[in-house]
Design a binder for this molecule. Structure first.
Ligand SMILES: N[C@@H](CCC(=O)N[C@@H](CS)C(=O)NCC(=O)O)C(=O)O
Length: 365
């Protein structure tokens, strides 16, 4: 971004979480220098410096490294003081954290599906990644592209719960999200009014570098949800000067359908995942909101995500908890938030973030 940058952001310029973090850094006016990760050399540096091989990663001027966008954002907010991305109202602030988590974890699978299932998506992304991230590997680009396509399908689409039978229903869910957001962004510039929130940053993950970039979902957005495309560009073009508007006095009504979806699908999925981790079933089947996922990969990281949501709730004041609980109960989010007793976490799991991670988002570690 700027020549005075004191931090280097390593990632890919078509990556979900790299895009999310770039949107954050831009909105907060934090200068950075972007560098594409170069594999396989980067694998070693990542494991050594942050413990997990995932993107993005930040290297600070003092030599420290950071990983995990959620905790990186938390860390920066702690350093900068205040949190201009969170509404003052505790209910809305909690909803922002919940939406960020949902955007990170639940929309990943559909985003990967659109990119890797459709040949036009896979052709574009595999060629791009082979050229961007594996320049030092002396193999033909077509072969490196093939490697990416097979790896991503095995790891994240057909290899992570999707089947030819459930794809239409998963795509219908994406269509519903496009419609809900089309409605919201036809009314106002950002999810919580005239200024970007943490929830906008979270949703930039699936949208900025996937739905609004990959050929199949991009065409659907153009035709069915142009206001969402406008929001993607608006967020990218917003800097610190855009952070001054007033927050809504109460949660906008049209955010509630998003929470309703979280209560019906995302939180029950987190519960099913936690049970799979508890019994050590690295591949598990689950029916969530009428969709049957077959042989999904368990995620220790997402057990921790559920724990984080609970901790955020418990950190609210008594009155904040009361009001938030009433909202979560109204939208069927309360029961699945607490359904799983005694989360199967590792000892001090992720306690070192953002400096060191213990587990990857999706994976059997
Ligand atoms: N929770 C992490 C997730 C990062 C993540 O999973 N990034 C993807 C790329 S967008 C990745 O590195 N995946 C590892 C892999 O495919 O092996 C974060 O917020 O930074």
């Amino acid at each position: 971004m700027s020549s005075s940058a004191s931090l280097t952001l390593y990632g890919s310029n078509i990556s979900y979480f790299t895009g999310k973090l770039e949107n954050y850094l831009r909105v907060r006016g934090i200068p950075y220098t972007f560098e594409s990760m170069e594999f396989p050399a980067m694998k070693h540096r990542l494991l050594e410096n942050v413990g997990v091989m995932q993107m993005p990663a930040i290297k600070l001027a003092d030599g420290r490294w950071l990983t995990d966008t959620t905790k990186i954002i938390d860390w920066y907010e702690g350093q900068l003081g205040g949190h201009p991305l969170l509404p003052d109202d505790p209910v809305q602030a909690f909803v922002c954290h919940l939406l960020e988590d949902w955007a990170d974890e639940w929309w990943w699978r559909p985003a990967m599906h659109y990119r890797w299932h459709y040949p036009e998506g896979a052709r574009f992304a595999s060629w791009h990644l082979a050229s961007e991230l594996m320049t030092s590997v002396r193999l033909p680009v077509w072969l490196k592209s093939k490697y990416f396509t097979v790896r991503q399908r095995r790891g994240y689409t057909l290899g992570d719960g999707l089947t030819n039978e459930n794809i239409p229903a998963v795509e219908a869910g994406v269509h519903r999200l496009f419609q809900q957001l089309q409605h919201i962004f036809s009314q106002r510039p950002f999810l919580f009014g005239s200024r970007p929130s943490l929830a906008d940053i979270g949703l930039s993950g699936p949208f900025f570098r996937h739905f609004a970039l990959d050929p199949v979902p991009l065409e659907r957005l153009r035709q069915q949800a142009p206001a969402v495309l406008e929001w993607v560009a608006r967020l990218w073009n917003t800097g610190p000067e855009g952070m001054t508007g007033a927050w809504p006095s109460r949660l906008p009504e049209d955010i509630k359908p998003l929470l309703d979806d979280i209560g019906r699908a995302y939180l029950p999925y987190l519960c099913a995942n936690a049970e799979a981790v508890r019994v050590g079933r690295k591949r598990f089947n689950a029916e969530v909101d009428g969709i049957y996922y077959r042989r999904a990969r368990y995620s220790r990281y997402r057990v921790w995500c559920l724990g984080e949501l609970r901790s955020r709730f418990l950190a609210l004041s008594d009155t904040g908890q009361q009001a938030t609980r009433a909202l979560l109960q109204e939208l069927s989010c309360w029961e699945p938030l607490w359904r799983t007793r005694d989360l199967p976490l590792l000892t001090r799991q992720e306690a070192m973030l953002p400096f060191r991670g213990d587990t990857k988002m999706v994976g059997t570690n």
